[in-house]
Ligand binder design. Sequence first.
Ligand code: NAP
Length: 334
Amino acid sequence: MATLINKQFKLAARPVGLPKRSDWTYEENPVASPGAGELLVQVKYISLDPAMRGWMNAGKSYIEAVEIGAVMRAGTLGEVIASNHPDFAVGDFVSGAQGVQTYAISDGKGLFKVDPKLAPLPKYLNALGMPGMTGYFGLLDVGQPKAGETVLVSAASGAVGQVVGQIARIKGCRVIGIAGGAEKCAYAVQELGYDACIDYKKGPLFDGLAEHCPKGVDVFFDNVGGDILDAVLTRIRMKARIVICGAISQYNATEAIQGPKNYLSLLVNRARMEGIVVFDWAPRYGEAVTAIAQWMAAGKLKSKEDIVEGIETFPETLLKLFSGENFGKLILKV
Ligand SMILES: NC(=O)c1ccc[n+]([C@@H]2O[C@H](COP(=O)([O-])OP(=O)(O)OC[C@H]3O[C@@H](n4cnc5c(N)ncnc54)[C@H](OP(=O)(O)O)[C@@H]3O)[C@@H](O)[C@H]2O)c1
């Protein structure tokens, strides 16, 4: 077999503000052969996630920072092309976190087989993968929506948001989205079944909230933080639940992160605000995959991917998440 070349992005510097290409080094290295008990995976798709920005920072978080010089961490989907591992055969497709590279050797830990006959591979990085798990457990376990309640979702057309909105609709809630731009808002209403979607780039968010959530918000699933969280805090109902899934508006802040100024609304309304980390539900992922796959098969839940070709584009493609240029789950096709 001709020597395979591994294209890799390794972390070179801890970014200040938005990451730039020079925060990584791009390398091409020969691929080694898997040793005893190991397998070699050819990476086909790389998941680009807002969390990757946080993993580049030093300091304490829910997961250790990526070391300088290490391959940039990322969720992946790939095909086994050589195996000395009893549980994995050549031709198996696996999801895992093999990083921004085209080949990876593994001892099998953290790899899960997926079936490309059941769903197209990118779906396993989207509704049937980490974003789907986040939306499912974050909404149902922490948000605890009840039929008839008003559920509000920020970044409503994104990877996590699209799952949250559709599950809330399936559960009989009134579902309102917040998204950037007319195209995303139209998609949220017409394709995902949101009752309405507020374009926060068009006019004051307060006006949209007053119009579409006249009685207030029972569950707010927040992906954005900052001004959007602050505005929503002024419109929560008694015993509201605010799910802090993410705060993408703050991830590239070069000054202190903007906290919620209106948090006393939690006191007034006896409301609850709770952060989530999807990995906590890992033992129950099977439950969510089964439910989401059934909804997809029944035509009740859709998922949209935004697939960009070429691992070489990684640094610039990642930035689409922070400009809102991605439309659906952002994935790099290797
Ligand atoms: N806690 C967990 O375990 C967990 C797991 C997965 C993801 N997350 C979080 O969930 C959130 C969504 O992730 P995703 O993968 O689904 O991404 P996504 O929604 O597919 O893409 C990010 C979107 O965020 C919006 N956005 C970016 N910058 C913004 C800003 N300054 N103000 C307002 N909106 C902005 C843009 O949508 P618009 O064009 O609509 O503004 C953009 O398309 C992120 O905060 C992520 O960190 C958390």
